[in-house]
Design a protein around this ligand. Sequence first.
Ligand code: NAD
Length: 293
Amino acid sequence: MTTIAFIGLGNMGFPMAKNLLGAGHDVRGFDLSDESLEKLKAAGGVPAASAAEAVSGAEVVVTMLPAGKHVRAVYDESIFPNAAPGTLFIDCSTIDVDTARAVAADAAAKGFAMLDAPVSGGTGGAEAGTLTFMVGAEDSAFERAKPFLDIMGATVVHAGAEGSGQAAKICNNMVLGISMIAVSEAFALADKLGLDRQKLFDISSKSSGQCWAMTSYCPVPGPVPTSPANRDYQPGFTAAMMLKDLELAQQAADSAKATTPMGKKAAEFYAAFVEKGYGALDFSAVFKTLRGN
Ligand code: NAD
């Protein structure tokens, strides 16, 4: 049994912490929300009064926070000053590559091992313990963290050195954002051309237009019964979250001087969609704007 501090018990963090508890670990959690702390207590964890209190005496610290600025602040103010020597840090938040590398470098300078381990799989994957982890870390830190990641996920990939997990996450989600717009445009055009949606699906899902946005998450109701289009685009993965990841990809592209014209267009497209007030809908709801209804 390992004593684990878990900071950030939101939609993703709470079910992940619950799975660590279920595997027999001692989890002390902290979140700014009292409701989250109550849920942790009810699940058998120990709610802490502060992040500093949760970290004191822990062997492993897991963070699952909204963005880079939260991760920077929590590590600087609560984790670095209170962690015992040798504590392993695992940041599962989706944040910008530069902050991930900078915080990991600061951890290393203080003698701590740190991983960036963002996830895909959503809240369903977090609850079922079937997340995919994309990990940036030294080999030895990866080996130490793997048993804990295996509890929370089904697939754990060591992507490279620190920052590589975040790089993998935003590259993957840039493909997804662009391809969802492409598939939605194709269905909107098919409607205008009088082509039956199911027929386009039957053909495209077996042809060169095949991709995850088409075959697993189809943006029109019908062809894929589990896709959010069948429940009036309730998420799923919100358009606001897709925008966040596309903006992180653009930030990384600017920083690395990479050319990503379609990624830029996709970020602008989702920004306009969120601006219209659709941020809480599933990201596949862009079909409705393209269709014009
Ligand atoms: P969330 O908003 O539900 O949870 C974040 C939690 O962090 C909140 O409960 C908030 O109170 C807490 N928090 C913020 N600042 C804090 C601080 N200083 N100290 C302690 N707690 C603090 O968000 P989420 O959906 O759980 O997402 C968390 C991360 O996972 C994000 O980076 C997100 O991009 C990523 N992610 C989310 C999904 C998803 O489907 N929800 C999928 C993959 C990745």
